[in-house]
Design a protein. Sequence first.
Length: 369
Amino acid sequence: MTASLGVMMDTTSGAQRFYGGKPIKMTHRNDGEDVDFHRDDIISMDISADRKTVVTGETGQKPKVCVWNAETGEAVMHFELSAGSRGISAVSLSPCGRYVACVDLHNDHRVVVYNIQRNKQLLQMNGSTDRIFDLCWSKRPDDLRFATGSLKQIAFWHPADVTKRLKQPGVLGRQVASTYFNCCAFDEEGWLYTGGENGQIQVWADTCQVVKAMKAHSAQITSIEAVGGKIISGGKDKRIAIIEAKGGNFKLEKFIDLSASFPKSIDLFNGNLLVGLRNGSIVEFKGAIGGDAAENNILASHFEGEVWGLELIDGGAKLLTCGDDNQFKEYSTADHSFIRAGKLSDHKPKNKAKEKTVTASSMSIYPAN
């Protein structure tokens, strides 16, 4: 995703197609016609297990959630949250494909559940006084639970089980080290896994309690996924841990070292590992589960603020960009490949109180060099 567009990319050719970006009348983004795509920056997303359906959430006072086809880029449906929501910090599509759960950036960080087949909101409830950074549905068949994660608390939600409390806080227990939480993921057996600032993965049972904690990283865990009997976690130690998880038993299979940055998102599909890095790159490890896969950088982009400069060079054969991350990047327009990147400025004022982040606001091929 980029700005208000969803991007579908062929990792072999580098060719891209887009969801959204259609011509509309020039009005304020909060006014005008109701369109079936985003008109503000996308800040959260989820994708179905078969990789055919995407759900995305945007920023804004009345943020929109859009559901669209990942193969064609065609819109499926959309709905808006109430005024004052400020944005959608996390969104998740249920495994059955009927429900979307999301959480907003209101002071109460409200949790909303929406039936996308009936086009009806089922639930809106205050989630936490702290920002909720992650949300995930259980992957166990016929288990309509989901969990939300804020810095200090994991909460379990039971919207379809009248025998249990709708929202139940998770309990660490005395035997587990207290930590801040960064990410969460359910597996097909109904276990919930959370990644902690202390480098541990916590294992949560149906009782909403931690039954095991295991050290996976030497630094903060920043992303986690659980699929196909595997737990895949990434941390600020620039490593990915792959752990076998079956029947409540866990065994470390391997570590994968990353060359450039740490993971912000991880996905595993058909044995291939896709990793989104903090530095704006997306890397792929084909056959990561079966053997020693090489890191393949399939996309390199800017990663902080806005991209302000763009210039064609070498008769249009190459493209230069620059932006708020204090970097320039060079691309080939022929095969859509990344060529190189560089730092724009090392200037650091002596007065730390006046120090500002160095950015680039324009670009030109003149003068030379």
